[in-house]
Design a protein around this ligand. Structure first.
Ligand SMILES: Nc1ncnc2c1ncn2[C@@H]1O[C@H](COP(=O)(O)OP(=O)(O)OP(=O)(O)O)[C@@H](O)[C@H]1O
Length: 585
């Protein structure tokens, strides 16, 4: 894969802006290269006592013209190039964000938030710096060096003298070739360790409440300290090699000036070089140290950003694992049953099967309860019904249509899903509840809140539905958060509703009331209730019991109580618990 794809595309689509910018920079440098020649001519005329008042004014005006011309054009060129760099940043960040939305759950389960942030922040910035500095300084340096060489020849400075003075500078490309790859490698290590640190910081901030409750701050500090130490070591290693690189180039520049003074001074004494030519040559050699250093810098930043470009390109070609078939069709789910046939599933990269040979018919309008120990595969089944992962072909059918032949939009738009840990955004409660239906009227929002039994709590807040939630809804209790997320699922009023342990954090009385409301409101619509508590699903038309990825029992609540098995055991444990509580009251 070509690592330059992202850059090439951007440079190609903006080539005319770059052409103007580079054009301005180049002309500016041609003008600039005229300056030593002018000083040289001035020196000669001074030496020959040919200077007049008018000539001094002419030279001053010419120098002013050189200064203004260079300043103006170089300024415009630099502005355009920097602006293009910033636009690249904006364009790439948007593109990355769009791309992130196409990637599936398995990508996110393998890559932490810190790593994703590092792409969006560090890598994009590194590439932007390299193209801004790269284009600007390359145009600057090459043009200044070329036009200086031409001007020296026009000024009739002996070519041999020019060649000898330039000799020490020729070593620069070799040094760059030798040190460049090492800089690249060390820079990649730094970027990776920065990614790890951001990831670690994100996790630590996310879990800070747990850390504090368990008083394990020293452990967390030492864990974070390790990532910071790694960054310091990697950065110091990069700084060492970069500093060596940055020091050698000016040193070679200084040697050049010494050679110029020695050889040029000797020729001047011999009368083969005028004082003006000597002055101009010294100025040209001094003038070329800067551009040569710039070339070094450019190569340095290019080396550093190459790893970032590679990472961004690799990310941008990555495809989400769920791809819609070209022949995918929209299917209305309101009167459609779901058929699950011999469904077995293994997570990508996992060695063990999570679901084994699941067979289930869900009639339209029915309520199905799913119960089972933690890790038995309940959520996995739901993920497959939402096609977060691809089930095998013909294993899940909506009516007669294989889930893999449906458009993702028609599938996901018609299923309301309320996960156990419903993430709430840092916005108002109203926006959170109407998340899937942005245009929902206030009545609908309030109604959903009432169904989820959260209305009373919301109106007790001073700003009611306009109450802003902090990150992950920290102003709400666990149960309130869960019910807000439930309201968000209920407002969709979807043909199929899946509640994945969505009332686990509420008390038994509220749970009963929520379930009762849902039963009433969803009459005639399909509902899947996943729960650990039998009380939440005992009214279901059919209850299935999952154990280690298999359906081990199925039937109504009454039927399941008549046979020995997990369900009856769970029932007796939970009933005992509740009768013990009742007995205590
Ligand atoms: N992304 C994943 N990659 C690999 N294995 C996974 C992944 N997600 C879940 N699993 C595994 O699949 C099994 C079933 O998990 P699942 O979340 O479906 O259980 P569950 O019945 O919903 O549990 P709980 O009641 O605790 O929510 C578990 O062993 C879990 O470790």
């Amino acid at each position: 894969m070509k690592s330059q794809r992202l850059l090439v595309h951007y440079l190609r689509t903006n080539w005319h802006y770059y052409a103007v910018a580079v054009g301005c920079t180049m002309v500016a440098n041609v003008i600039q290269s005229y300056y030593p020649k002018l000083i040289g001519n001035f020196t000669d005329q001074l030496k020959l006592e040919q200077l007049t008042r008018d000539l001094i004014i002419d030279y001053s005006l010419l120098l002013l013209g050189v200064g203004l011309g260079f300043g103006l054009l170089a300024g415009i060129g630099q502005y355009l190039i920097m602006r293009l760099g910033r636009r690249f940043e904006y364009y790439t960040r948007n593109r990355l964000f769009d791309h992130f939305t196409t990637l599936g759950e398995s990508y996110y389960s393998k890559n932490g938030v810190g790593k994703l942030l590092s792409y969006v922040m560090n890598d994009v910035t590194a590439v932007r710096e390299s193209i801004s500095a790269g284009v600007n300084q390359t145009a600057n340096a090459t043009m200044l060096i070329l036009s200086s060489l031409v001007m020296m020849l026009i000024s009739q400075i002996p070519p041999l003298l020019i060649a000898v003075c330039m000799l020490p500078l020729i070593a620069i490309p070799f040094i760059v070739i030798r040190i460049g790859p090492q800089i690249k490698q060390r820079s990649r290590t730094v970027q990776e360790s920065l990614g790890l640190m951001t990831e670690s910081a994100e996790e630590q901030f996310g879990g800070i409440r747990v850390t504090k409750k368990f008083a394990v701050e020293p452990i967390m500090r030492s864990r974070f300290g390790e990532t910071v130490d790694r960054i310091r070591d990697n950065q110091l290693s990069l700084v060492r090699i970069s500093s060596l690189f940055q020091a050698i180039i000016p040193f070679l520049g200084a040697i050049s000036v010494i050679v110029t003074l020695a050889f040029g001074g000797y020729l001047a004494i011999q009368g083969q070089l005028t004082i003006g030519q000597f002055v101009a040559l010294t100025l040209y050699v001094r003038m070329m140290v800067g551009p040569l250093q710039q070339i070094g810098n450019v190569i340095n930043t290019m080396q550093r950003s190459r790893a970032s470009v590679e990472r961004l390109n690799n990310l941008l070609v990555m495809k989400g694992e769920i791809q819609e078939s070209e022949l995918a069709k929209a299917v209305a789910l309101d009167r459609t049953g779901i058929r699950i046939r011999h469904l077995s599933f293994t997570y990508p990269g996992a060695s063990k099967e999570t679901l084994h040979d699941i067979d289930l018919d869900i009639e339209p309008g029915s309520t199905i309860g799913i119960i089972g120990k933690t890790g038995s595969g309940k959520t996995t089944l739901v993920k497959l019904l939402l096609r977060v992962y691809d089930p095998p072909s013909q294993a899940i059918l909506f009516g007669d249509t294989d889930i893999r032949e449906m458009t993702l939009e028609s599938l996901r738009n018609q299923i309301g899903y309320v996960p156990q840990d419903g993430f709430l955004f840092s916005t108002t409660i109203r926006d959170n509840i109407s998340f899937f239906r942005r245009d929902s009227s206030m009545d609908k929002v309030e109604n959903a809140a009432k169904q989820a039994q959260i209305y009373g709590s919301i109106v007790s807040f001073p700003e009611k539905f306009e109450t802003k939630l902090g990150e992950r809804g920290i102003t709400l209790s666990g149960g309130q958060r869960q019910r807000t997320s439930l309201a968000r699922g209920l407002i969709k009023n979807a043909p199929i509703l899946i509640l994945d342990d969505s009332v686990s954090a509420v008390d038994a009385v509220t749970e009963t009331s929520i379930i009762e409301t849902i039963r009433k409101e969803r009459r005639g619509k399909t509902t899947l209730l996943i729960a650990h508590r039998i009380s939440a699903l005992k009214h279901a038309d059919e209850i299935i019991v999952l154990d280690e990825g298999r359906i081990v029992q199925r039937g109504t609540h009454g039927e399941l109580l008549t046979v020995p098995g997990i369900y009856r055991t769970l029932h007796s444990i939970q009933e005992e618990g509740s009768s013990y509580v009742e007995g205590k009251q």
